[in-house]
Design a protein around this ligand. Sequence first.
Ligand code: NAP
Length: 227
Amino acid sequence: MPTVMITGANRGLGLEFARQYAADGWKVIATCRAPARADGLRTIDGVDVHALDVDDFDAVAELAETLNGTAIDVLINNAGIYGPKGYSLDEMDFNVWRDVMYTNAMAPLRVSQCFAPHVAASALKCIATLSSKMGSMADNTSGGSYIYRSSKAAVNAVMKSLAHDLAGQGIGVLILHPGWVRTDMGGPAGLIDADFSVAGMRQVIAARGDLSHSGGFFNYDGAEIPW
Ligand SMILES: NC(=O)c1ccc[n+]([C@@H]2O[C@H](COP(=O)([O-])OP(=O)(O)OC[C@H]3O[C@@H](n4cnc5c(N)ncnc54)[C@H](OP(=O)(O)O)[C@@H]3O)[C@@H](O)[C@H]2O)c1
């Protein structure tokens, strides 16, 4: 069976990815900052759990070395943060902005860079990154959310370049919007539950994780999202 590796797999969409792939018999490598507190992950049989704070770029390289020789069919860059909500232009916190850019835009590239050899050694060869429609310029009709929007726009640009750069190794790179999902980040007003969102994203990965769709930005239901 194929292998999936997921960052930020202890709660929310990451945990649901782990659940669904494990239920389908995939080998699941679940990473999270604090495995000792990852109660949800412990309820899933056979999941290989590793500590990983994606902001620790040395630790990312160390885990890649630990997993040297393991083929990873699908790498899911899921870990992300929103930063502050509801601030005005005058309240912009530039230090927090730097932190969110680091986690949401730079860390996915570090993880992808370190694990590209593992993905290249697999059969399916796909890197999928959880972005957001909020990173779309076309979708920005309301303004605000400078920090989160810019971090997701940045990761879109990063992943688009990565799609070109990894094509020679046969790796497909997908950029995914999960919908507005009822998780800690999405909040209770979200429009869909994590199981529905993840089932949709898994279908997109299965259908479009190859080179022919590499660099595409897709909604969880498969619709293409304008940049
Ligand atoms: N929910 C939505 O409506 C929505 C919409 C669009 C896009 N997204 C994106 O989908 C992804 C998952 O979102 P979610 O709704 O599941 O969010 P969530 O419920 O807040 O969970 C976020 C996950 O990311 C992990 N994480 C954050 N920073 C990390 C770091 N430095 N290293 C390792 N793990 C880290 C968290 O771990 P800890 O428990 O250790 O904090 C947690 O497991 C994110 O990239 C998010 O931007 C979500």
